[in-house]
Write a protein that binds this ligand. Structure first.
Ligand SMILES: NC(=O)c1ccc[n+]([C@@H]2O[C@H](COP(=O)([O-])OP(=O)(O)OC[C@H]3O[C@@H](n4cnc5c(N)ncnc54)[C@H](OP(=O)(O)O)[C@@H]3O)[C@@H](O)[C@H]2O)c1
Length: 348
C-alpha cells in the first residue's frame, strides 16, 4: 500500500476522517495520500500519520497519478468524478449509492464476495452502512442452511447521515434539556429523545430508499436474486454504530448453537452473547471497533425454521471506511489494481 497514491474525496467528512484514522492504524507506512473535498475546505490543514497535509478542492485534474480514488461525498460528486478518475487511470472505490446496482460494478464486502473484485471495470461500490453488517452475519449462515426469508429492522445512528446530523443531535439535546423549542417539523425532524421511522426518501411502494437499498444490495452481494427480504430503517439518537434486529427463516431448522459456531468462524464477526450475565452487543461497544458484533441468538418462536439475531456495527468503520480499505487491500492481494482506463458505465 505504501507505494500507492490514494485520493480521498470527502476527506473532511465523517467517513473520510474515519478512513484516515484507519489508514494510520492499519498502514503506518502510509501511502501517498491526496486529501480532496469541496471548495469550502480547500487549504484546510490536516495531520495524518504525523504529517501535515493540505486539503485541495476536487477538480477534473485531481486524479492524475492516482492509483485508488476513494469517493465518499454524495451521489452527485460520485457521478461526476468517478468516470474522470477512472479515465485518469485510477480504480474508484465509491461509498455512495450512485453505482451500486449497475450490472458491471461489483458491490463488495471482502469477507463475503471478495471474488467479485476480479471482474471490476474501474469502479467498485461499497454497500450502505446497514447492509454490510447484515450480509456479514447472513452469509455464513446461508452457506450452511439456505436462507429463504429475512426481515431486518434497524436502529441507525446519526453519524450515518454525516457530520452535520452529529452536530444537530448535540445541539437539539442541549436545547431540549434547556427547555428550548425543538426544530420545526416536518422539514427538520427532532432526533434528540426521539426515533424517526424514515431514512432517505419514500418510494411509491411505501418503503424508504434506505430500506430499498438494504433489500437490493443484500441480494446482489449474497448472489441471491430471489431472496425474500424486508426492512424497516429507523434513525435513533445514538452518535455512532447501527443496530438491527434480524429475523431469518431457513430451509431447515437452525439451532442457535450451530449459528453461534458458524458466526464464530466468520472473519470480522464477533459473537457477544451471554444474556444470563446481561452481555449482548450495544452501539457503545461497537464504536471504534472493526468487528460486526452479534448476540441475542435465539429460535424464532413464530417459525420452526426461524432464528433471531441482534447485530451491531460501527457504521463509519465496517459500514464505510474500513470496508473500503479492506477492498483496497484485497485489490492489491488479488493483483486487480490494473487500471482499466474506462468507467464501464454506459453514458457517463
Ligand atoms: N456516514 C456513514 O455511516 C456512511 C456509511 C456508508 C456510506 N456513506 C456515504 O458516504 C458519503 C459521505 O458521507 P459522510 O457521512 O462522510 O458525509 P459528510 O460528513 O456530510 O461529509 C461529506 C464530505 O463530502 C465533501 N463534499 C461535499 N461536496 C463536495 C464536492 N462538490 N466535491 C468534493 N467533496 C465534496 C465534504 O467536503 P466539505 O467539508 O468541503 O464540505 C465532506 O468532506 C455519502 O455518500 C454517504 O451516503 C456514509
Amino acid at each position: 500500500m505504501k507505494d500507492l497514491t490514494i485520493a480521498v474525496v470527502g476527506a473532511t467528512g465523517a467517513v473520510g476522517l474515519e478512513f484516515l484514522r484507519i489508514m494510520e492504524q492499519r498502514h503506518p507506512n502510509l501511502p501517498n495520500l491526496k486529501l480532496l473535498a469541496s471548495s469550502r475546505s480547500a487549504g484546510k490543514r490536516m495531520t495524518v500519520g504525523g504529517k501535515e497535509l493540505v486539503v485541495e478542492e476536487t477538480t477534473d485534474a485531481s486524479f492524475q497519478g492516482v492509483d485508488i480514488a476513494f469517493i465518499s461525498a454524495s451521489s452527485e460528486v460520485s457521478l461526476k468524478y468517478a468516470p474522470i478518475a477512472v479515465a485518469a487511470g485510477a480504480v474508484v472505490i465509491d461509498d455512495g449509492s450512485a453505482f451500486r446496482m449497475e450490472e458491471n460494478v461489483p458491490l463488495v464486502v471482502p469477507e463475503v464476495n471478495g471474488a467479485d473484485l476480479e471482474w471490476h471495470e474501474g469502479i467498485i461500490s461499497i454497500p450502505n452502512c446497514s447492509t454490510t453488517p447484515l450480509v456479514m452475519v447472513a452469509h455464513p449462515l446461508n452457506q450452511a442452511n439456505t436462507i429463504l426469508r429475512m426481515v431486518a429492522d434497524t436502529y441507525q445512528s446519526v453519524s450515518g447521515a454525516g457530520g452535520a446530523l452529529i452536530e444537530e443531535l448535540r445541539n437539539q439535546s442541549r436545547d431540549h434539556l434547556d427547555g428550548k423549542p425543538g426544530p420545526n417539523p416536518p422539514s427538520n425532524k427532532r432526533v434528540a429523545f426521539n426515533v424517526i421511522p424514515q431514512i432517505d426518501r419514500f418510494q411509491p411502494d411505501g418503503y424508504t430508499f434506505e430500506e430499498r437499498k438494504m433489500i437490493q444490495e443484500t441480494r446482489k452481494i449474497m448472489h441471491c436474486p430471489g431472496l425474500a427480504i424486508s426492512a424497516t430503517c429507523v434513525r435513533v439518537p445514538v452518535y455512532v454504530s447501527h443496530s438491527a434486529a434480524v429475523h431469518i427463516e431457513f430451509e431447515r431448522p437452525m439451532a442457535p448453537e450451530e449459528a453461534r459456531e458458524l458466526l464464530d468462524a466468520m472473519p470480522g464477526v464477533k459473537v457477544v452473547d451471554d444474556p444470563d450475565h446481561g452481555i449482548y452487543p450495544m452501539p457503545c461497544d461497537a464504536e471504534g471497533k472493526d468487528d460486526v458484533l452479534v448476540g441475542r441468538l435465539r429460535r424464532d418462536a413464530s417459525h420452526p425454521n426461524g432464528l433471531v439475531l441482534w447485530v451491531v456495527a460501527d457504521n463509519l468503520r465496517k459500514g464505510a471506511a474500513l470496508n473500503s480499505i479492506q477492498i483496497a487491500e484485497e485489490l492489491v492481494a488479488r493483483r486487480c489494481l490494473k487500471p482499466r482506463g474506462k468507467s464501464g458505465i454506459a453514458g457517463r
